[in-house]
Design a protein around this ligand. Structure first.
Ligand SMILES: [Cu+2]
Length: 166
Protein backbone atom coordinates (compact mmCIF):
# COMPACT_ATOMS: atom_id res chain seq x y z
CA UNK A 1 0.00 0.00 0.00
CA UNK A 2 2.76 2.41 0.98
CA UNK A 3 4.56 1.77 -2.29
CA UNK A 4 1.44 2.67 -4.28
CA UNK A 5 1.08 5.93 -2.32
CA UNK A 6 4.68 6.87 -3.01
CA UNK A 7 4.13 6.20 -6.66
CA UNK A 8 1.03 8.43 -6.64
CA UNK A 9 3.04 11.25 -5.07
CA UNK A 10 5.75 10.81 -7.66
CA UNK A 11 3.19 11.02 -10.46
CA UNK A 12 1.74 14.16 -8.85
CA UNK A 13 5.16 15.76 -8.59
CA UNK A 14 5.86 14.85 -12.19
CA UNK A 15 2.57 16.34 -13.35
CA UNK A 16 3.17 19.51 -11.34
CA UNK A 17 6.66 20.01 -12.77
CA UNK A 18 5.30 19.36 -16.23
CA UNK A 19 2.54 21.93 -15.68
CA UNK A 20 4.99 24.51 -14.35
CA UNK A 21 7.33 24.00 -17.29
CA UNK A 22 4.38 24.50 -19.65
CA UNK A 23 3.46 27.77 -17.94
CA UNK A 24 7.09 28.85 -17.89
CA UNK A 25 7.52 28.10 -21.59
CA UNK A 26 4.38 29.98 -22.56
CA UNK A 27 5.66 32.97 -20.57
CA UNK A 28 8.96 32.76 -22.42
CA UNK A 29 7.28 32.61 -25.81
CA UNK A 30 5.19 35.68 -25.03
CA UNK A 31 7.95 37.62 -23.31
CA UNK A 32 9.04 40.89 -24.91
CA UNK A 33 12.49 39.51 -25.58
CA UNK A 34 11.28 36.97 -28.10
CA UNK A 35 8.30 38.87 -29.48
CA UNK A 36 8.19 42.61 -30.03
CA UNK A 37 5.09 44.41 -31.17
CA UNK A 38 4.06 47.74 -32.40
CA UNK A 39 0.68 47.96 -34.08
CA UNK A 40 2.03 47.15 -37.47
CA UNK A 41 4.53 44.35 -37.44
CA UNK A 42 5.36 41.47 -35.14
CA UNK A 43 8.85 40.00 -35.06
CA UNK A 44 9.43 36.49 -33.85
CA UNK A 45 12.13 33.87 -33.40
CA UNK A 46 15.24 35.80 -34.45
CA UNK A 47 18.40 33.67 -34.55
CA UNK A 48 21.89 33.39 -35.90
CA UNK A 49 24.70 30.85 -35.53
CA UNK A 50 27.93 30.84 -33.53
CA UNK A 51 30.83 32.38 -35.41
CA UNK A 52 34.37 31.13 -35.84
CA UNK A 53 37.21 33.08 -34.29
CA UNK A 54 38.02 35.97 -36.62
CA UNK A 55 34.78 35.68 -38.62
CA UNK A 56 33.65 39.19 -39.59
CA UNK A 57 30.28 38.65 -41.27
CA UNK A 58 27.25 36.58 -40.43
CA UNK A 59 23.56 36.16 -41.34
CA UNK A 60 20.56 36.69 -39.10
CA UNK A 61 17.17 35.08 -39.64
CA UNK A 62 13.79 36.18 -38.26
CA UNK A 63 10.06 35.90 -38.96
CA UNK A 64 8.10 39.07 -39.75
CA UNK A 65 4.31 39.22 -39.52
CA UNK A 66 2.28 42.07 -40.96
CA UNK A 67 -1.17 41.89 -39.39
CA UNK A 68 -2.39 45.16 -40.88
CA UNK A 69 -4.41 45.87 -43.99
CA UNK A 70 -1.61 47.98 -45.44
CA UNK A 71 1.73 47.06 -46.94
CA UNK A 72 4.62 47.77 -44.62
CA UNK A 73 8.12 48.69 -45.67
CA UNK A 74 11.23 48.09 -43.59
CA UNK A 75 13.74 50.76 -44.54
CA UNK A 76 16.77 49.71 -42.51
CA UNK A 77 18.19 47.27 -40.02
CA UNK A 78 20.81 47.66 -37.32
CA UNK A 79 22.22 45.49 -34.54
CA UNK A 80 24.28 45.92 -31.41
CA UNK A 81 27.02 43.78 -33.03
CA UNK A 82 28.41 46.27 -35.52
CA UNK A 83 27.73 49.47 -37.41
CA UNK A 84 26.96 47.82 -40.75
CA UNK A 85 24.01 45.57 -41.53
CA UNK A 86 22.13 45.09 -44.78
CA UNK A 87 19.23 43.18 -46.27
CA UNK A 88 20.41 40.53 -48.70
CA UNK A 89 18.82 37.93 -50.88
CA UNK A 90 20.52 34.87 -52.38
CA UNK A 91 20.15 34.11 -56.07
CA UNK A 92 21.65 31.54 -58.41
CA UNK A 93 23.43 33.38 -61.21
CA UNK A 94 25.34 31.21 -63.73
CA UNK A 95 25.25 28.34 -61.23
CA UNK A 96 26.88 30.47 -58.56
CA UNK A 97 24.96 31.40 -55.44
CA UNK A 98 25.27 35.18 -55.14
CA UNK A 99 24.09 37.61 -52.51
CA UNK A 100 22.31 40.73 -53.68
CA UNK A 101 21.77 43.76 -51.48
CA UNK A 102 18.16 44.89 -51.08
CA UNK A 103 17.50 48.56 -50.30
CA UNK A 104 14.28 47.86 -48.42
CA UNK A 105 11.95 45.02 -47.52
CA UNK A 106 8.23 45.09 -48.34
CA UNK A 107 5.85 43.04 -46.26
CA UNK A 108 2.46 42.95 -48.03
CA UNK A 109 -0.77 43.42 -46.05
CA UNK A 110 -1.88 40.45 -43.95
CA UNK A 111 1.17 38.41 -44.81
CA UNK A 112 4.39 37.11 -43.35
CA UNK A 113 7.97 37.17 -44.48
CA UNK A 114 10.70 34.82 -43.32
CA UNK A 115 14.34 35.78 -43.37
CA UNK A 116 15.81 32.29 -43.72
CA UNK A 117 18.98 30.46 -44.79
CA UNK A 118 19.50 30.48 -48.55
CA UNK A 119 16.89 33.19 -49.09
CA UNK A 120 16.35 36.70 -47.75
CA UNK A 121 18.61 37.34 -44.77
CA UNK A 122 20.11 40.10 -42.68
CA UNK A 123 23.84 40.42 -43.19
CA UNK A 124 25.92 41.86 -40.39
CA UNK A 125 29.39 43.06 -41.34
CA UNK A 126 32.49 43.84 -39.30
CA UNK A 127 31.49 42.02 -36.14
CA UNK A 128 33.83 42.94 -33.34
CA UNK A 129 33.47 39.86 -31.14
CA UNK A 130 32.95 36.12 -31.53
CA UNK A 131 29.34 34.96 -31.15
CA UNK A 132 28.91 32.00 -28.84
CA UNK A 133 26.09 29.51 -28.33
CA UNK A 134 23.53 31.06 -25.97
CA UNK A 135 24.51 34.71 -26.56
CA UNK A 136 21.81 37.27 -27.24
CA UNK A 137 21.94 40.66 -28.93
CA UNK A 138 19.54 43.38 -30.11
CA UNK A 139 18.20 43.96 -33.59
CA UNK A 140 16.32 47.05 -34.72
CA UNK A 141 14.19 47.68 -37.81
CA UNK A 142 13.15 51.15 -38.94
CA UNK A 143 9.88 51.25 -40.90
CA UNK A 144 9.00 53.70 -43.68
CA UNK A 145 6.97 55.84 -41.26
CA UNK A 146 9.95 56.12 -38.92
CA UNK A 147 8.65 53.73 -36.27
CA UNK A 148 11.15 51.37 -34.69
CA UNK A 149 10.82 47.65 -34.03
CA UNK A 150 13.16 45.79 -31.72
CA UNK A 151 13.82 42.12 -31.16
CA UNK A 152 16.33 39.90 -29.38
CA UNK A 153 18.42 37.60 -31.56
CA UNK A 154 19.58 34.30 -30.13
CA UNK A 155 22.90 32.71 -31.04
CA UNK A 156 22.51 28.99 -31.77
CA UNK A 157 25.04 26.18 -31.74
CA UNK A 158 26.74 25.71 -35.11
CA UNK A 159 25.91 22.00 -35.03
CA UNK A 160 22.24 22.87 -35.64
CA UNK A 161 23.26 24.46 -38.92
CA UNK A 162 24.78 21.30 -40.39
CA UNK A 163 21.94 19.16 -39.00
CA UNK A 164 19.43 21.09 -41.08
CA UNK A 165 21.73 21.34 -44.12
CA UNK A 166 21.38 25.11 -44.00
CU1 LIG B 1 24.36 38.12 -47.29
Amino acid sequence: MKFVEKKKIRVKIFLLTFLFSLIFNSLLINSPSSMEKNNKIVLHGGYTFETFKGQKNTSIYISVFNNTKENQVIKSVSTSLSKVSEFHTSKMIDNINKMIKLEEISVPAKSSLFFQPGKKHIMVMNIKKKLNDGDEFDLEFVLADGSILRSKIKVLNRKLKTMNHM
